[in-house]
Design a protein around this ligand. Structure first.
Ligand code: CO
Length: 499
């Protein structure tokens, strides 16, 4: 195993060998101001072949006029766009002006309950039976069919101008979404869609909760039109944040959870705080055929809680799904401050391989990577295909649970690992793999990731050579401010700035 570190970890006077909880907490502060500037503080060299735009989404606000949101997942979506051209870069950020964001900023107070426990002021009377949801558009951002879309899994996307990041309004995908339809925050792009003659197609889904859960799959043409839409119901409540695709299948993991709606209805808790993980019960892998009659098959797999899948591919009558799974997941507590989380008390997310045998209806599991990891990324042309390299945000230390401070590359063929770490002062998130133009090797490209540097109290965009993490960052673009820890984003080769 090969590892590399940007800096030797030190042990701050209070804290852990690689991180300091007070430093980590500083990344969770609202960023109220919006920005538009050329990035002129760069260590190293931005590769001139790197052309396009990295869009990031995440909660930009952690409070409204000083009233804190209970959890960052309730924070209003803020889009960052980092455009690259001719070895230079430009930064821009804007909030998604959702209906709820605009109303709360005008009122200067929290007007909506949040799924993750944010309550309106006024106690139970103000919150009981208020089941309105605020579409916060904070989870992902994609450029598809000529539209920039900010996504939040329980509602329709918001469309933004890709040049100015100005909010254009809710988008119904050219009439494809009906009022009330949701569009999840985890689309995949099938790089060679069979029913589309080998053209790319965007596959996404929505979840309609109820006594049984309806899963709807959407497949969008390269023009952004919904070409295919099909649904299945699975028994019981389902918390499904992400899924996986292959050329012929969509795979959903129905985590073993129970949902007790009463504390939510009565105004005591957010909806997500009413979910209880049941590690004594199996996860159900729901396989939906993308072809013909869209048959569904359900295969039980070893219990675990999965937010994110790295990739999936077909291997004869088996489906191989690589996912980040947690052995246990504590229920969100209504009275706990998320900033005071005890990392050591939680299970780490780990990369597992699930082999689903469609003939026998059984599954095998294998631990691929025991290090604490999250936010996987692969080469866009390998989505749904056999692949060799997985990239992910990772803890600095090989064992235990900790904040993400590193980027890990796993070679699934040789088992070799490569690690770049920003410890002890850097705190990371999702790395995005961008292939070098005209490259042939699967790992010939760059990893782009935002790091909050607690020592400088600013964020930086780090560019790594995916074939050589050992050499450290090839460019560090220092921003003028911090960016609150984000969720997901994507890269498009189109550059919307004149740089
Ligand atoms: Co996600």
């Amino acid at each position: 195993m090969q590892t590399t570190q940007r800096q030797e970890p030190s042990t701050p006077s209070t804290g852990h060998p690689s991180y300091n909880q007070q430093d980590w907490q500083k990344g969770y502060r609202s960023l109220i101001e919006e920005y538009d500037y050329a990035i002129d503080e760069v260590d190293g060299q931005i590769p001139p072949e790197l052309q396009g735009t990295l869009f990031r989404n995440g909660p930009g606000l952690l409070d409204v006029a000083g009233q804190p949101y209970h959890h960052p997942f309730d924070g209003d979506g803020m889009i960052s766009a980092i455009a690259f051209q001719h070895g230079r870069a430009h930064f821009r950020s804007r909030f998604v002006r959702t209906e709820g964001f605009v109303a709360e900023q005008q009122a200067k107070k929290i007007l909506y309950r949040g799924v993750f426990g944010t309550q309106k002021p006024g106690g139970l009377l103000a919150n009981a039976f208020d089941l309105r949801r605020k579409n916060i558009a904070n989870t992902n951002v994609i450029y598809w069919g000529g539209k920039l879309l900010a996504l939040w899994e329980a509602a329709a996307p918001y469309r933004l101008d890709p040049s100015t990041l100005e909010t254009m309004g809710l988008d119904d995908l050219n009439g494809g979404l009906q009022p009330g339809d949701a569009f999840a925050a985890h689309p995949w792009i099938d790089p060679a869609s069979e029913p589309d003659g080998g053209a790319p197609c965007l596959v996404n889904f929505s979840i309609t909760p109820g006594l049984s859960t309806k899963i709807t799959v959407y497949e969008l043409s390269i023009e952004g039109k919904i070409q295919r839409r099909y649904s299945h119901a699975v028994p019981g409540f389902a918390f499904i944040h992400d899924f996986a695709i292959t050329p012929h299948y969509c795979i959903f993991f129905q985590n073993p959870v129970t949902f007790n709606p009463f504390p939510f209805l009565l105004g005591q808790k957010g909806a997500a705080e009413c979910i209880t993980f049941r590690p004594d019960q199996p996860t159900q892998a729901v396989i939906i055929d993308r072809r013909g009659g869209h048959a569904m098959q359900v295969i039980p797999v070893e219990s675990g809680f999965v937010f994110h899948h790295a990739n999936a591919f077909e291997d004869g009558d088996q489906l191989v799904v690589d996912s980040i799974s947690y052995a246990s997941l504590p229920s969100l507590a209504a009275d706990q401050d998320f900033r005071e989380v005890d990392f050591d008390a939680l299970s780490p997310g780990q990369l597992w391989r699930f082999r689903l045998n469609r003939t026998t209806g059984t599954a095998q599991t294998e631990l691929l990577e025991s290090r604490c990891v999250e936010f996987p990324s692969v080469h866009p042309d390998r989505v749904g295909q056999p692949y060799r390299y997985a990239y992910m945000g990772a803890a600095h230390a090989a064992q235990g649970n900790a904040p993400l401070q590193a980027v890990l590359k796993v070679d699934l063929t040789t088992g070799t690992r490569h690690l770049w770490s920003a410890a002890p002062y850097g705190y990371g998130s999702e790395p995005v793999f961008v292939p070098r133009p005209n490259a042939t090797a699967e790992d010939d490209g760059w990893l782009l990731t935002l790091i909050f540097n607690a020592q400088r109290d600013r964020s930086e965009l780090v560019i790594l050579d995916a074939q050589n993490l050992e050499q450290g960052a090839i460019a560090t673009l220092r921003l003028k401010h911090h960016i609150p820890y984000g969720l997901h984003g994507s890269f498009t080769p189109e550059c919307f700035e004149t740089i």
